[in-house]
Design a protein around this ligand. Structure first.
Ligand code: WT7
Length: 653
C-alpha cells in the first residue's frame, strides 16, 4: 500500500467528534452551525458583497472603485483604486479608544527579560523607526530585507516599512549567508535590518556576521541597520562606518510622528520566499488591501478574539504564520499579542507552560511537530504549571495525527479548549480551511470546513469532483498571492494551469460524508520537515554544486517527530571515496547553502541512482527503499541491480 492510501485509510477510520462546550459557544463570535452555514452561503453567493462589507470595517483613505477586477485573471486585483495603509490600520485606528493604553505586544526574551508595548507606545516606536528609514533614503517601493531574531524590533520593522510603503522581505534567522544573498539579489534590496545577535538555547546566533558575509556580494545594499540585542556590551560584530548604523542611535531624537503613506490597495506589502518544485525559491508577493482584509477577518473568527485575550502564536515572524498571525492579523483586531524569543526547551522543557502560566495566555497556536516533541518530553512538564487560562488551541503547518491531537486536547486543553486545525499556505496569505471554535464539531486530524468566502473542492487530475484527490480552490480570495517576484509566468504555471480558473495548492486531500476536508500532504516534490517547506529539487541542485558529487536524488519520508524528513541519495564522481566524513561534509554543505533546518536526516551513497530507461530518477523506488517497504515494480528500471544494492546499503546504515 502506498503512503497516500495508508493515510486515507487512517483518516477514514477516525470517527471521534468533539463539540465545543456550551460556555465557549455562548460567548463565541460564531456560535452555531446554522450561523456558520448561513453566513458561509451568503459569502459564496454574494462573494464580492461579503468582502466589501468586511473591508469597510477597516480604514481606507479613499474607497475602492470595484471590489474585484478579473480582467487579467489570474492576475486578480482586489479593492481596485482603494487607498489605505496597513500600519495605520494596525496602530492609528486603535488610538481613539481604550485600546490606546492596552498592551499590543508583550515580549519575553530567552533569558527572561521582558518588554511590553501598549498600542500607543508601539505606534511611537514604529513612527520613529519609519522616520529613521526615511532619513536613510528609503522610499516607497524600495525593498528592505529583515534578518532579525524574535524581538519587538522585528514587528516594529515590518510595521515601519509598511508605514512608508517600503516592501519588506523577512528572511528567517535560521537561513545561511548564501540564502540571504540570493534573496537580496532576487529583489535588489537596498537595506538589511539585522541585530548583533539573538539568543537560541543559551547560545548567541551571530546574525550581523552572517549578514556581513551575505552582503559581500550585494551591490544593491546601501545600508545595514543593527539592533543591539545584548543588554550591556554588544555581541562581537563589525560596524562599517557609513554603511552600518546602530538602531538605537538612528532613532535617537527622531520624531515619533510619521504620517502613514497613502498606498494603493494593490501596492506590494511584502515578499516572502518559499520553496517550490524547482531549484530556485519563489518570492511570493502579497499586496496591501486584500491581505489586510483577509488576515483581519480570519484572525477575528478563527481565534474568536476578544478584547481580554492574551494571544500567543509560537511561529517565527520569518514565516508566513508570523506575518499574518503574530503581526498583522492580531494588531488589526486590537489584540494583545505575546511574543517569545527563544527555544521551547530552554532552560528546561517546561518553558512554554511556564510562560502560559506567567502571562495567563488564553489562546495558543503552535505546530504538530512541536506538539509531538512536547508529547515525547512527557506530561510532567505541562502538569507542573497552571494552564487554566487557556481557552482555545490551534495548530498549523501539517496534518496533525489523531494521537497528537488527543494529547493536545487532554493534557494542554484539559478537554475544555477547542482545537482549530488551520490549513493554509504562504501563498494563501491567511487561513483557508479551518474549524470555527464556537461551532464546528471537531474530528481529530481534519482541518474541517472552508472559511467564509472560500470555495474548496477535492478533484481529480482532470478537475472532476472526487472523494480522494487533489485540493483545489475555485474562487479568488482577497488574501491570495498576487504573483512571484520577477516571474509572472511561473505564477501562472505553478498555481493556475492545472485546471481552468482553479487555484492548485499542491496538496492531496479527501472529503468525507460530512464535507470535512482531510489534508493528505504535498503531491509535488515539496517536503514538509517540522512544518518547514523544503523543495527537493533545491537540495539536489545544491548537492551537485559540490565538487565531489555526480548526481543526487532527495526524497521525503515519514518521521515520528518531524512529520517528514529528508534522505539524500548521492552518487559520487569517479575516484571519490564514500566515507562518513564525506557524508558529514555534505550535510554541512546544505547547512551552509540553505540553513541547518534543511539538512537531510541521512545521506546514502550509491554508485548509481535507479533510473528509468529514459533516464528519469525513480523517486518512488527510493522512497520505498527508505521507508523499508517492499519494492514496487522495477520492470522499467534500466539496471535492476542498482536497487538491490541500494536497499542493502540503506539497511546497513
Ligand atoms: C503547506 C504550506 C501556513 C503556514 C505554515 C506553512 C501544509 C499547512 C496544514 C494543516 C495539513 C497543512 C500543506 C501546505 N499545511 N497547514 N493544518 N493541515 N497540512 O506554510 O510553508 O507555505 O506550507 O503546509 O502541505 O501546502 P507553507
Amino acid at each position: 500500500m502506498d503512503q497516500k492510501s495508508k493515510k486515507i485509510e487512517t483518516v477514514l477510520s477516525e470517527n471521534r467528534m468533539f463539540k465545543p462546550s456550551e460556555s465557549f459557544q455562548a460567548k463565541a463570535h460564531i456560535s452555531s452551525m446554522q450561523e456558520y452555514e448561513s453566513l458561509y452561503k451568503k459569502s459564496i453567493k454574494d462573494n464580492l458583497g461579503f468582502w466589501e462589507s468586511i473591508a469597510s470595517e477597516l480604514t481606507w483613505f479613499k474607497k475602492w472603485d470595484s471590489v474585484l477586477d478579473e480582467n487579467q485573471a489570474p492576475f486578480y486585483k482586489w479593492f481596485v483604486n482603494g487607498k489605505t495603509n496597513i500600519s495605520y490600520n494596525c496602530l492609528d485606528r486603535h488610538l481613539d479608544d481604550a485600546t490606546r493604553n492596552k498592551a499590543a505586544l508583550i515580549w519575553e526574551g530567552e533569558l527572561g527579560d521582558q518588554r511590553t508595548l501598549t498600542y500607543n507606545q508601539l505606534f511611537r516606536e514604529v513612527n520613529r523607526f519609519a522616520n529613521a528609514l526615511k532619513n536613510l533614503g528609503i522610499q516607497r517601493g524600495d525593498r528592505v530585507a529583515i534578518y532579525l531574531p524574535m524581538i519587538p524590533e522585528l514587528a516594529i520593522s515590518l510595521l515601519a516599512c509598511a508605514r512608508i510603503g517600503a516592501i519588506h522581505s523577512v528572511i528567517f534567522a535560521g537561513f545561511s549567508s548564501e540564502s540571504i544573498r540570493d534573496r537580496i539579489h532576487d529583489c535588489e534590496a537596498k537595506l538589511v535590518i539585522t541585530s548583533d545577535g539573538g539568543w537560541r538555547k543559551g547560545n548567541i546566533l551571530p546574525l550581523k556576521n552572517i549578514v556581513d558575509e551575505a552582503v559581500k556580494d550585494c551591490p544593491s545594499i546601501k545600508h545595514i541597520i543593527v539592533v543591539k540585542r545584548s543588554h550591556s556590551d554588544p555581541f562581537p560584530c563589525h560596524i562599517k562606518e557609513g554603511r552600518d548604523h546602530w538602531y538605537h542611535r538612528l532613532i535617537d531624537g527622531v520624531s515619533g510622528e510619521c504620517q502613514a503613506e497613502e498606498m494603493d490597495s494593490e501596492d506590494m506589502l511584502f515578499l516572502l520566499y518559499t520553496s517550490g518544485t524547482t531549484g530556485k525559491p519563489k518570492g511570493v508577493i502579497h499586496t496591501i488591501g486584500g491581505y489586510m482584509t483577509y488576515t483581519y477577518l480570519t484572525t477575528k473568527y478563527v481565534f474568536d478574539l476578544k478584547p481580554e485575550d492574551i494571544y500567543w502564536c509560537t511561529a517565527d515572524i520569518g514565516w508566513i504564520t508570523g506575518h499574518s498571525y503574530i503581526v498583522y492579523g492580531p494588531l488589526l483586531n486590537g489584540a494583545t499579542v505575546f511574543m517569545y524569543e527563544g527555544a521551547p526547551n530552554y532552560p528546561d522543557k517546561g518553558r512554554l507552560w511556564k510562560i502560559i502560566e506567567d502571562y495567563s495566555i488564553s489562546i495558543f497556536y503552535t505546530a504538530p511537530t512541536a506538539i509531538r516533541a512536547f508529547m515525547k518530553w512527557g506530561d510532567n512538564w505541562p502538569n507542573k504549571y497552571n494552564l487554566s487560562s487557556l481557552r482555545l488551541l490551534g495548530t498549523v503547518g501539517e496534518s496533525i495525527n489523531p494521537e497528537a491531537w488527543m494529547w493536545y486536547h487532554q493534557i494542554i486543553g484539559k478537554e475544555k479548549c477547542p482545537i482549530v486545525d488551520t490549513w493554509w499556505q504562504t501563498e494563501t496569505g491567511g487561513i483557508m480551511i479551518t474549524p470555527l471554535p464556537g461551532c464546528t464539531p471537531l474530528k481529530p486530524g481534519s482541518a474541517t470546513l472552508p472559511f467564509f468566502g472560500i470555495e474548496a473542492e477535492v478533484v481529480s487530475e482532470e478537475g472532476k469532483d472526487t472523494e480522494a484527490g487533489i485540493l483545489a480552490i475555485s474562487k479568488p480570495w482577497p488574501g491570495m498571492l498576487r504573483g512571484i517576484y520577477g516571474d509572472s509566468e511561473r505564477y501562472k504555471e505553478t498555481y493556475w494551469s492545472k485546471w481552468p480558473n482553479k487555484y492548485f495548492p499542491g496538496d492531496g486531500a479527501k472529503k468525507d460524508k460530512d464535507g470535512y476536508f482531510w489534508i493528505l500532504g504535498r503531491i509535488d516534490d515539496v517536503v514538509n520537515v517540522s512544518g518547514h517547506r523544503i523543495g527537493t529539487a533545491e537540495l539536489e541542485s545544491i548537492f551537485v554544486e559540490h565538487k565531489k558529487v555526480a548526481e543526487s536524488a532527495v526524497i521525503g519520508i515519514d518521521h515520528d517527530l518531524k512529520g517528514q524528513c529528508l534522505i539524500g541519495f548521492i552518487s559520487l564522481k569517479d575516484s571519490v571515496k564514500a566515507t562518513d566524513d564525506l557524508a558529514s561534509e555534505l550535510k554541512d554543505w546544505i547547512g551552509k547553502k540553505i540553513g541547518r533546518f534543511a539538512i537531510p536526516e541521512k545521506i546514502i551513497f550509491s554508485q548509481d541512482l535507479p533510473k528509468t530507461r529514459s533516464g528519469k530518477i525513480m523517486r518512488r523506488l527510493l522512497r520505498d527503499i527508505a521507508s523499508g517497504r517492499t519494492l514496487g515494480s522495477v520492470t522499467t528500471l534500466a539496471d535492476a541491480g542498482v536497487v538491490e544494492q541500494l536497499k542493502v546499503k540503506y539497511e546497513e546504515d
